[in-house]
Design a protein around this ligand. Structure first.
Ligand code: ATP
Ligand code: MG
Length: 433
């Protein structure tokens, strides 16, 4: 679960970023407002953000959940370039047809170059190099990498970047049936990913263009979504606006509810569209040449991070779910003064948590009032908070107050919400296991 074993604990007095009082005026989306305010991200220009230490941790955790589930469906991780030559794009016709979205420019020696906004043009020739026979199939490769798109409106923070992260998986098959079988496997993996990320993502039918009857989108309903979907409470069959407009929408006949949603992922049967373009065929059992069937499957980790914030926050800040909280515990010393008993107990608690291997952010700051510490902690939204204050002193073992940012209860604390530091360390570790 950790991002990097070497930095599983951090003193807040040493943290690179700070919380910011003023909300940037031009940022109208909730995710950008809260994430910038909390110092998770910083805007370089419209649709382009830096990920600061806490934000980077969340982003990496989102990617790791996706990575685990991609590996579970036998995806092999690779890493393809972002800087592309024109030739493969000219071959599929997308160099000319996608000038709206693709950043294109001229490099040294008058060479036409473009930035990758998707990778069929790179991965298909790559597959062709290593796959020659039915014996080499099926295969699936994926990467987690930055994509570049000259998006028209980049005003929704992480939801629509011009540079953004994407996990793109591509699969190769001997037949349409085998593609369908794998497509269903990936669909299951996607359901697990969004569940683990605490997102209620609806499976929505989308049009597949000329090559497939349907593709599927995973959509999170929220009033800030840019997509419109039609949800059927009765049969559970949902469709996006495109399909409804095409009037190609089977279902149970009940009235569908129109909702705004964010597309967090989609899966698509490419069939032979790209293998045809690159004349990618394999030798079948009977010696004949067969076209390779392909599927592609995308998720945007940065958009997912923004979506989590859109659906999981309150007036005071973010509320991170368990799997992606930047640190597992936010430990607050309500007095940061050296020599103060509160500080001593907090230091000891910090050491106990570290020994247990918990990821912990420790607000050890001196000369910051408890009120400010609580306000910052709310803004950060760490999944579990542990407070050391006046109530921690007294006879017996030092006690700490343990709460969940989402307000849900914890079964190891007493009626006042307290536990001994030692117990808290063990029980919180168990909770995350
Ligand atoms: P949209 O309709 O929202 O533009 P898309 O259909 O263009 O999305 P794909 O090309 O299929 O999306 O990309 C796969 C995934 O990448 C999407 O499901 C989404 O999670 C993410 N994604 C796409 N465009 C962006 C973007 N501009 N910023 C952040 N994430 C994006
Ligand atoms: Mg798009």
């Amino acid at each position: 679960m950790g991002v990097n074993q070497r930095d599983i604990f951090m003193r807040q007095s040493n943290l690179f970023s700070k919380t910011i009082k003023e909300i940037p005026k031009e940022e109208t989306s909730i995710n950008a407002q809260l994430l910038i305010k909390a110092g998770y991200i910083d805007k370089l220009q419209a649709g382009v953000y830096s990920f600061l230490p806490l934000g980077h941790r969340v982003h990496e955790k989102v990617k790791n959940v996706i990575r685990e589930e991609m590996n579970a469906v036998h995806g092999q991780e690779i890493y393809m370039p972002a800087l592309h030559p024109k030739a493969p794009w000219a071959k599929t016709g997308r160099w000319e047809s996608e000038t709206e979205v693709m950043f294109q420019f001229v490099g040294r020696g008058d060479k036409d170059l473009g930035l990758g906004w998707t990778h069929e043009e790179v991965v298909t020739p790559l597959g062709k190099k290593f796959i020659q026979s039915y014996k080499d199939l099926p295969k699936a490769v994926y990467q987690i990498q930055d994509k570049f798109r000259n998006e028209r409106r980049a005003k929704s923070g992480l939801l629509r970047g011009r540079e953004f992260s994407m996990k793109d998986l591509y699969s190769f098959h001997i037949s349409e049936e085998d593609l369908s079988r794998y497509y269903d496997d990936v669909l299951g993996a996607y359901e697990r990913i969004f569940k683990r990320l605490g997102l209620d993502a609806l499976l929505v039918e989308a049009s597949g263009g000329a090559f497939s009857k349907y593709s599927h989108e995973f959509q999170v309903v929220t009033k800030y979504g840019e997509d419109i979907i039609f949800v059927c409470e009765k049969c559970g069959r949902n469709q996006n606006k495109e399909i409804i407009e095409e009037n190609a929408c089977p279902g149970c006949g009940a009235k569908r509810e129109e909702k705004k949603a964010i597309e967090v992922g989609n899966i698509f049967k490419l069939k032979t569209r790209y293998s045809d373009a690159f004349d990618f065929k394999v030798q079948d059992k009977d010696g004949t040449l067969k076209e390779v069937h392909m599927g592609c499957y995308g998720i945007g980790p940065s958009r997912v991070m923004g979506t989590i914030v859109e659906v999981s926050h309150d007036d005071n800040g973010v509320i991170w779910p368990k799997e992606v909280t930047p640190y597992q515990v936010h430990l607050l010393a309500l007095s940061g003064k050296e020599g103060d008993t509160i500080k001593e107990i907090a230091d000891e608690t910090y050491e106990l948590f570290k020994k247990e291997g918990l990821e912990v952010l420790y607000d050890d700051r001196d000369s910051v009032s408890p009120g400010e510490k609580f306000a910052d902690a709310d803004l950060y939204g760490m999944h579990i908070r542990v407070v050391v204050g006046k109530k921690s002193m007294g006879s017996g073992d030092p006690h700490v107050e343990v709460t969940r940012r989402d307000g849900a209860g914890l079964d190891f604390v007493d009626k006042q919400g307290r536990a001994s530091s030692a117990d808290a360390a063990v029980k919180i570790k168990e909770y995350y296991r």
